[in-house]
Design a protein around this ligand. Structure first.
Ligand code: GTP
Ligand code: SPV
Ligand code: MN
Length: 602
């Protein structure tokens, strides 16, 4: 094996702090060797060959899926483990009531015992990566040490990696120290620790996406949100998309939905038939993370710090998301989907009918109609199975992804998965009311995190699992940003998931969501197609362009309904949630709650 990397002996950097840290972590983890990742094509080939040789990944059918690979994570390691994810600050208050907390001392000590010797017989890869374009003043650099080639190959797609990043870091640049080891992949020895005060992340015992691709949720949200609070910007769990009008003018929106609630799908949408005559074009800037700051023009500008998509596979097909299907035709890594006999892949609600046989996400033989001992259908692909694909392969990708400056945001949309209560869309009354709407967002739990699927939980700004500090202070930070913004984006709330009595979705969703975005942009341009309700402005019955869509008057009414009885109950549940922040909750949020409560009682 050592022969695969014959030349690499000296670290290709003059950064003393970095070199010392790598040596120190190597002493802790005891890898057989250390390999500095340069990011070249030849290196990619070598890594793929080696990972195939040791069984870490499977090469897929290169005729049908050129450059594609398959990976299966451990059965108990298929989603983020929020209960094992901690914010390690000196003071417990700084993590706030919604985060798990450990002192940095305890964190290093406890995880240290799992890391000790964990890389024996393995290689430690040193992956320098840039979140945001390399060299941009708004980008952040991290270095991830990992014993997983799968992680290296994913980081290669999701971020910008290698020598160019080390060069950019120079001899003294700042970087986030990211340490990862699969160790024993034992859930009882798994910890995902964040040390915002040390700019460090330690992740051990997992091989799953958000737990181990440390540039993503760990750096770009948990650590970055902490930095953003100090430096006066926002790090958010948001997609960014552009909507181009026929005259070539593009308006950009940012939208925060919890995990597996439709960000990737919305960011890549294709205009529905009925709206095609209007000539809209959609540009995808990002599908998961937005870093936003106030620019010299007084507006809010956003970049997507990532370079790839780590998207949910099930439900992705040529009807729901043709752009995603085009993106994943080559050079894609598939994780925990069904492996077919011809070495292609399959998932539930994809393009093809189920194959006659295959190997499921647990590595077991599978065929359609298979049931478990309790008689429940066995899925071929895990509901949180994913694809990792380069963003530039997406037909709708915006060239602005590589722009250091990002894009100006006209509207912010919060949203969740709510079978009841929340209407299809509404507009908040002001920035302050909008922050309250975001702070009280709720959603049904999905398969993207371990826990009971379907359970309603409050998920402020879709950041509950990702805010690296006290969320009470986070709301205050949002209010502050609003005070500083001269051109404030309007704030909306959307819900594609309202159901009828039979539990069927009332709204067709996907491409049809453009109809809602159109209304949102109309509102940003002061079009009066809305009615005032106690919770905000809701479209009038004629406010949405429904050309070509078959939806009954009753269904539309139900979709847009603000039921006072439901909302009064909702307010009680919000009160309970807001109370947990105690003194840390900005009084403006309470004030908005009280006023909305009053409007509902009137
Ligand atoms: P993360 O990557 O976990 O952050 O998820 P995401 O927010 O990007 O969600 P994604 O777009 O991958 O969608 C998750 C699931 O929701 C998929 O199974 C989709 O098919 C489904 N979904 C997305 N948009 C819609 C919609 O408009 N309506 C309905 N009914 N389902 C949708
Ligand atoms: C999410 O769960 O919100 C994701 C996938 O985007 S993960 O990278 O696992 O966090
Ligand atoms: Mn996400």
């Amino acid at each position: 094996m050592a022969m695969l990397f014959p030349k690499k002996t000296l670290p290709p950097t003059k950064h003393t702090v970095l070199k010392n840290w790598v040596s120190e972590m190597a002493v802790l983890c005891s890898p057989d060797k250390i390999v500095w990742i340069d990011g070249s094509e030849e290196e990619k080939k070598r890594l793929e060959d080696e990972a195939v040789a040791i069984g870490e990944i499977i090469r897929l059918n290169q005729e049908k899926l050129p450059g594609c690979f398959y990976h299966r994570t451990a059965v108990n390691d298929v989603a983020r483990t929020e209960h094992l994810t901690y914010i390690c600050t000196k003071k417990k208050e700084d993590a706030g009531p919604t985060n798990n907390w450990m002192s940095p001392k305890d964190g290093y000590k406890k995880a240290g015992t799992y890391f000790r010797g964990s890389m024996k017989g393995r290689t430690m890869y040193v992956v320098a990566f840039s979140m945001g374009p390399v060299g941009s003043s708004f980008s952040k650099i991290g270095v991830e040490l990992t014993d997983s080639i799968y992680v290296v190959l994913n980081m290669r797609i999701m971020t910008r990696i290698g020598q160019k990043v080390l060069d950019c870091l120079g001899a003294e640049g700042e970087f986030t120290k990211c340490l990862h080891s699969k160790a024993e992949l034992d859930i009882n020895k798994r910890l995902i620790l964040h040390f915002p005060e040390d700019n460090a992340i330690w992740s051990v015992g997992s091989g799953y996406g958000g737990n181990v691709l440390l540039g993503k949720k760990c750096l770009s949200l948990r650590i970055a949100s902490h930095m953003a609070k100090r430096e006066g910007w926002l790090a958010e769990h948001m997609l960014i998309m552009g909507i181009e009008e026929p005259n070539g003018h593009v308006e950009y929106i940012a939208a925060a939905f919890p995990s597996a609630c439709g960000k990737t799908n919305l960011a890549m949408l294709i205009p529905p038939e009925g709206l095609k005559v209007k000539g809209y074009k959609i540009w995808t800037v990002g599908d998961d993370i937005a870093w936003m700051r106030i620019d010299t023009d007084g507006a809010l500008w956003a970049i997507n710090p990532e370079a790839g998509f780590f998207g949910v596979a099930p439900g992705t097909n040529s009807r729901t998301n043709p752009n995603a299907m085009a993106t994943i035709r080559k050079d894609t890594i598939f994780t925990n989907v069904l492996l077919k006999k011809d070495f292609t892949v399959w998932w539930e609600d994809g393009d093809e009918p189920p194959p006659e046989e295959g190997i499921d996400w647990q590595g077991r033989p599978w065929k359609p109609g298979l049931k478990d001992e309790a008689g429940r259908p066995v899925k071929g692909a895990h509901p949180n199975s994913r694809f990792t694909a380069p963003a530039f392969q997406c037909p709708s990708i915006s060239f602005r992804l590589e722009h250091h400056h990002g894009v100006p945001i006209s509207a912010i949309v919060f949203g969740g998965r709510r079978a009841h209560v929340a209407p299809l869309v509404y507009e908040s009354f002001s920035w302050q009311h909008g922050v309250y709407v975001g702070a009280t967002m709720a959603s049904e739990r999905t398969a993207a995190q371990v826990g009971k699927v379907g359970e309603i939980r409050r998920d402020p700004m879709a950041m509950l699992p990702f805010c690296g500090y006290n969320m009470g202070e986070y709301f205050a930070h949002w209010l502050n940003i609003g005070r500083k913004l001269e051109k404030k984006p309007r704030i909306f709330h959307a819900n594609w998931f309202r159901t009828d009595e039979k539990g069927e979705f009332l709204w067709p969703g996907y491409g049809e969501n453009l109809r809602v975005l159109e209304w949102i942009l109309d509102r940003c341009n002061d079009k009066p197609n809305a009615v005032k309700t106690p919770i905000g402005y809701v479209p009038t019955q004629e406010g949405l362009d429904l050309t070509g869509l078959h939806i009954s008057k009753e269904e539309l009414k139900k979709l847009l309904e603000v039921d006072r009885f439901d909302w009064i109950q909702e307010m009680e549940s919000q009160r309970e949630f807001l109370s947990i922040f105690g003194e840390d909750l900005p009084e403006e949020i309470w004030k908005e709650w009280e006023e909305q409560n009053k409007r509902l009682q009137e």
